[in-house]
Write a protein that binds this ligand. Structure first.
Ligand SMILES: Cc1ncc(COP(=O)(O)O)c(C=O)c1O
Ligand SMILES: *[C@@H]1O[C@H](CO)[C@@H](O)[C@H](O)[C@H]1NC(C)=O
Ligand SMILES: *[C@@H]1O[C@H](CO)[C@@H](O)[C@H](O)[C@H]1NC(C)=O
Ligand SMILES: *[C@@H]1O[C@H](CO)[C@@H](O)[C@H](O)[C@H]1NC(C)=O
Ligand SMILES: *[C@@H]1O[C@H](CO)[C@@H](O)[C@H](O)[C@H]1NC(C)=O
Ligand SMILES: *[C@@H]1O[C@H](CO)[C@@H](O)[C@H](O)[C@H]1NC(C)=O
Length: 420
């Protein structure tokens, strides 16, 4: 057991010394993933690097050496340092961000804090994450006591054309008296599309509508500049694409709105400041939060940020092209600007019902240990792949062939069943 931290430290030092790291399989030893497991779905849960895991254990050990010193002094100083470093990374004032456990906690805190009047409406899109839709439903029925949330449906065209998207949204806005807030993704989950949130935020601000951006997949995946985007509320997980220990999530709130927002748990910081309210929500292990700093360090040993973004973006695009060709199908998004580090590829034509799609999904898990998220969107059936620095195009090609074989055995089995 003892050799593990030294081994990863050695690998890290090695990577710092050799300036230009090459992306792909040579980076796999820096993560704890089973080397025989082909992870085409990094996006769902992320993966902490070994270096980050080692740092996590150091924090936990420090806490055990002297719990009083850790909680009363050290953790507060460490968290302040962390906010400084993270705010430089996302370009915002350190006082405008707080850390919570997960995006669910961030979205819940914001939506449940805003005191909506009975004549105010919240808009959201059909591609919003399930938790977001359900929290909106909760807020609508438990707090408003009447229906005040309106879903806008995007199709394969409006989802990848900001002008059309805004036109569709404007049609809804024009029919509703008083839109207070709109919730939208930076990068949606399923299907996974990157939205032009800069243009969207500007547009909605011009209409006097508050913006809550669900950026769960953004941090570490794409460039994130909060000053430039200037949203009212922005939430992004750190454990998905930044390689921190699960789980933590950055919550940004514009200065003039911070007084309105409270965490879902009330504790000692209540009514002191945005920072204080979110810092202490009862006794907890802060170690995962603190690894955000180490994850940023780790990334610097791999490459600079634009190189990491570019590798994952290009790999997602190339994988889309490769699988669409292999399966004689298509990708949902054709314009690169709407592709992030994930891509949606239409499944082979045989998969034309939800039932068959679910069968394929289960078959891949049960027989091949492959976790490939799938979705029906605008009458087509897609899977979503995640690119990642430890992956290569050949990994996705392998999975592409496994899918083809799985589909052909499904066809065969169906024929046999039909004969019976
Ligand atoms: C778009 C989106 N929003 C929110 C979440 C929820 O994040 P968490 O599980 O950290 O609450 C996810 C998780 O996959 C997501 O994809
Ligand atoms: C998400 O965050 C909330 C609030 O901090 C917490 O209650 C919940 O346990 C977290 N979920 C998980 C799976 O850790
Ligand atoms: C909404 O209701 C408030 C009172 O609760 C009122 O002051 C305001 O004018 C109303 N706005 C609209 C657009 O109806
Ligand atoms: C990142 O590295 C690339 C090439 O290695 C270089 O062209 C680019 O300027 C670097 N970017 C930054 C922000 O350092
Ligand atoms: C590929 O798909 C198109 C329709 O999308 C179909 O017309 C064509 O026959 C298919 N070709 C093969 C080789 O499956
Ligand atoms: C699905 O495809 C099969 C051929 O593989 C075809 O027989 C069937 O009609 C299609 N079903 C739907 C719902 O399109």
């Amino acid at each position: 057991m003892k050799t593990f931290p030294f081994a990863s430290l050695f690998l890290l030092l090695l990577s710092i010394c050799s300036s230009a790291q090459s992306f792909g399989h040579s980076l796999l030893p820096l993560f704890s993933l089973d080397p025989s497991y082909v992870n085409v779905n990094h996006g769902s849960y992320g993966s902490a690097s070994k270096y980050v895991q080692e740092k996590l254990r150091e924090y936990q050990m420090k806490a055990e050496l002297n719990p009083d010193r850790w909680y009363r002094i050290d953790v507060q100083l460490e968290m302040n340092k962390l906010r400084e470093k993270l705010s430089a990374y996302v370009n915002c004032d350190p006082d405008d961000l707080v850390i919570v456990d997960n995006a669910s906690a961030g979205i819940n805190s914001i939506l449940k804090s805003l005191k909506f009047r009975s004549n105010e409406t919240i808009l959201y899109y059909n591609v919003a994450y399930g938790m977001v839709k359900l929290t909106l439903q909760y807020v609508s029925t438990e707090i408003f006591t009447q229906e005040q949330i309106v879903q806008i449906d995007l199709d394969h065209q409006t989802i990848q054309n900001t002008e059309l998207l805004l036109k569709t949204t404007q049609d809804a806005i024009s029919k509703i008296a008083n839109v207070k807030l709109i919730v939208f993704d930076h990068i949606s989950s399923l299907p996974s599309v990157r939205f032009d949130v800069e243009t969207m935020i500007k547009y909605f601000r011009g209409k006097g509508i508050l913006t809550l951006v669900d950026g769960a997949h953004a941090l570490g995946g794409i460039e994130l500049d909060l000053k430039k985007l200037d949203p009212d509320f922005y939430v992004t997980n750190t454990h998905k694409w930044l390689y921190t220990q699960r789980s933590s999530c950055l919550v940004y709130v514009r200065k003039d709105l911070q007084k309105l927002i409270h965490p879902i748990i009330t504790s000692f910081g209540y009514l002191q400041s945005f920072q204080s309210e979110f810092f202490w929500l009862g006794t907890r292990d802060y170690s995962a939060y603190l690894t955000i700093s180490d994850a940023i360090d780790f990334r610097r040993t791999i490459a600079n940020e634009s190189e990491i973004f570019a590798y994952n973006h290009q790999l997602a695009i190339q994988t889309g092209t490769l699988l669409a060709r292999l399966w004689n199908s298509s990708t949902l998004t054709t314009d690169e600007r709407y592709i992030s580090t994930m891509n949606n590829i239409e499944l082979p034509a045989f998969i034309n019902t939800t039932e068959k799609m679910n069968d394929l999904y289960q078959k891949l898990i049960n027989e091949h240990n492959i976790f490939l998220p799938m979705i029906e969107f605008d009458k087509k059936f897609y899977c979503r792949i995640s690119a990642q620095i430890y992956m290569e195009l050949s990994d996705y090609e392998k999975v592409g062939h496994i899918v083809l074989n799985a589909v052909s055995t499904m066809k065969f089995q169906r024929k046999i069943t039909n004969m019976n």
